[in-house]
Design a protein around this ligand. Structure first.
Ligand code: DAH
Length: 331
């Protein structure tokens, strides 16, 4: 038996161990044969012999199991080493991904404003009533709070419906001068050709000390220059409008990039495309954040709207259906 144990010790593979097991414990194994002699052995010696054989068996099985554990680990390690994959290896068939069209658009928008010395800001997606509505001069009864538009949580929190709350958060944490944009996703309970429950906006805010430091003229210059940067030689007009957080407010139209202003289906035969909301920051917003003797302007735009126009995509939902045939066209 000592010979067998030294064999177990010297085994190099689990397969060798199995051979040893068969040799000893298999049908024709040496130990199996010795167990067989129990039948014909004298009654007086049987008990002692059985005891001896069983203890050999237990010892043998333990030695085998210990060695097996050792070798299995070794073999696993060797296997892992042998199957190592070099991820840096060149593969001619590898498929390249591409940026999503909405992100392409966003990058370009950000590029313009960063070039104009705006800083980038972010804010939380789960907002409270104060930042999303109240501080933006949207009082309790305002229709924009309608349950049909806003996703509310049980505790009264909500998914931000626009990026404007980041204006409030920025002013709460910083002193003027402020010159920032905030890109990010926003949420509204809406779904059709031109609306999805999640979409992206870019908010802009400029604030300076002094009541007359920042004017509508500054706003007009930046937005006109921005739209020309994005779409080339377009005409831009400011249409008087209303937003609770700006006074005066305007909607910005640019001449239709498809028909050059002569009228087509995309611009509903008006020659103009509405692309932005903006205005001079309402004093009530400054009051809500404790600012005094300042002036500023703000604007907000929908990134998907820009992407639809830029890439000629008629159905907004195409951006979110993950259809590779569509997305691959933007590589
Ligand atoms: N928050 C507005 C919206 O979601 C967009 C907007 C309009 C933002 C005018 C502004 C602004 O900062 O001045 O529709």
């Amino acid at each position: 038996m000592t010979e067998i144990f030294s064999k177990i010790n010297q085994a190099q593979t689990t397969a060798e161990l199995e051979e040893i097991r068969v040799l000893v414990m298999g049908k024709k194994g040496s130990l199996t044969a010795r167990f067989a002699t129990l039948k014909s052995c004298k009654e007086s010696e049987k008990k002692a012999l059985a005891k001896e054989l069983n203890s050999i068996k237990i010892e043998f099985e333990k030695a085998l199991a210990d060695k097996k554990e050792q070798l299995t680990l070794k073999e696993l390690e060797a296997k892992l080493n042998a199957e190592k994959i070099d991820v840096s290896l060149f593969s001619p068939s590898s498929q390249k991904g591409a940026n999503h069209p909405v992100m392409l658009m966003l990058d370009r928008i950000v590029e313009y404003f960063v070039g104009m010395n705006f800083s980038l800001n972010v804010g939380p997606l789960v907002e409270d009533d104060f930042h999303n509505f109240e501080a933006l001069n949207l009082p309790k009864y305002h229709p924009a709070r309608n349950m049909q538009d806003t996703f509310y949580f049980k505790d009264g929190k909500l998914l931000r419906t626009h990026t404007s709350p980041v204006q409030v958060r920025t002013m709460e944490s910083q002193k003027p001068p402020i010159r920032m944009i905030c890109p990010g996703s926003v949420f509204r309970c809406d779904y059709d050709l031109t609306h999805t429950p999640m979409f992206h906006q870019v908010e802009g805010l400029v604030v300076e000390e002094g009541r007359d430091s920042v004017s509508f003229a500054n706003l007009k210059f930046v937005l006109e220059d921005f739209l020309k940067y994005m779409f080339g030689d377009v005409k831009v007009r400011f249409r008087s409008s209303f937003f609770p957080f700006t006074e005066p407010s305007a909607e910005v139209d640019m001449s239709c990039i498809f028909c050059k202003g002569s009228g087509c289906r995309v611009c509903s035969h008006t020659g103009w495309l509405e692309v932005l909301g903006c205005g001079v920051v309402d004093n009530n917003v400054f009051k809500a954040v404790g600012y005094e003797n300042v002036s500023g302007y703000a604007f907000g735009l929908g990134v998907e709207r820009f992407a639809m126009l830029m890439f000629g995509v008629p159905d907004l939902r195409a951006f979110f259906e993950s259809d590779l045939r569509i997305l691959e066209q933007f590589k």
